[in-house]
Write a protein that binds this ligand. Structure first.
Ligand code: AMP
Ligand code: ZN
Length: 119
């Protein structure tokens, strides 16, 4: 069924607790944890508990949960006190854009200068 956990998905395993993560915030629908290879002083991933391969397919199937991910991205930025300085929310979509884990996730990056365009 759409949204069901996938046995071969790393982030489904983080949701279930089978793979450990440094969780910084949880809600009924989302989990936020520190990226294992941080690209900024704050680099947190916010994921839905349900499995969809990317942000757009999540938004089509579960728009409220897509909104939850965005709200939690802002909450995590505030919790890490990077909101005043500005932060970036990134959804890499497709392997050509650097997506390596095909479970929707928002990168929340902050705490350093963020150039635009990001490259
Ligand atoms: P993306 O390349 O957009 O698919 O992002 C996947 C992100 O997951 C990368 O930034 C990785 O560093 C991160 N990542 C991979 N494995 C783990 C893990 N076990 N715990 C936390 N972050 C991870
Ligand atoms: Zn998954």
């Amino acid at each position: 069924m759409a949204g069901e956990p996938q046995a071969d998905c790393l982030f489904c395993k983080i949701v279930s607790g089978d793979v450990p993560a440094t969780v910084v915030k949880e809600t009924d629908t989302t989990v936020a944890f520190r990226d294992i290879n941080p690209q900024a002083p704050t680099h947190v991933l916010v994921i839905p508990r349900v499995h969809y391969p990317d942000a757009a397919s999540l938004a089509v199937a579960e728009p409220q949960i897509a909104a939850d991910v965005l709200r939690e991205a802002a909450e995590v930025a505030a919790q890490d006190k990077v909101d005043a300085g500005g932060y970036r929310i990134v959804f890499n979509t497709g392997s050509g854009a650097g997506q390596t884990v095909f479970h929707a996730h928002a990168h929340v990056l902050g705490g350093r200068g963020l150039n635009w365009p990001p490259g």
